[in-house]
Write a new protein. Structure first.
Ligand code: HEC
Length: 110
């Protein structure tokens, strides 16, 4: 038993990361922000929240420029076809409407 503890101490001292951990105060803590960005109310919001936040944060959507409708629809279909998002076909238009309503435009170039 003593021999084993000695070996562990040797490993501990040899590893600079472990040694650094030991030097930090035990009460050190960080808080990771987890607030969700504001998603405006409107038709399709529930469909968006249910289907589009399972894999990544809504920031992926909010950080995009104001895409035209056809680009947003293509984006929703890309999530389904390329990334395998399990989104029912009958939800695609509702989600697209919502995306266009707060971060898009009806026409325009992508
Ligand atoms: C099955 C998981 C999954 C779901 C569900 C999902 N996405 Fe994604 N999404 C991804 C992946 C993977 C990426 C690429 C991440 C990267 O490149 O870092 C991505 C990226 C994006 C991007 C960045 C642009 C791009 O094309 O890469 C947007 C915008 C986006 N998603 C919107 C949506 C919307 C809108 C929905 C709901 C319809 C949705 N996502 C649902 C997996 C998903």
């Amino acid at each position: 038993m003593i021999r084993r503890a000695g070996l562990l101490t040797a490993v501990f001292l040899a590893d600079p990361v472990l040694a650094l951990d030991a030097a930090l105060p035990a009460s050190k803590a960080i808080t990771i922000p987890h607030e969700l960005p504001y998603l405006p109310a409107g038709p399709g919001r529930a469909a968006f929240v249910t289907n589009c936040m399972t894999c990544h944060s809504p920031n992926y959507v909010l950080n995009q420029p104001r895409f035209p409708r056809k680009t947003w629809k293509a984006e929703v279909n890309k999530m389904i076809k390329v990334y395998g998002a399990p989104i029912p076909e009958d939800q695609v238009d509702a989600i697209t409407d919502y995306l266009v309503s707060f971060n898009g435009q009806e026409t325009g170039e992508p």
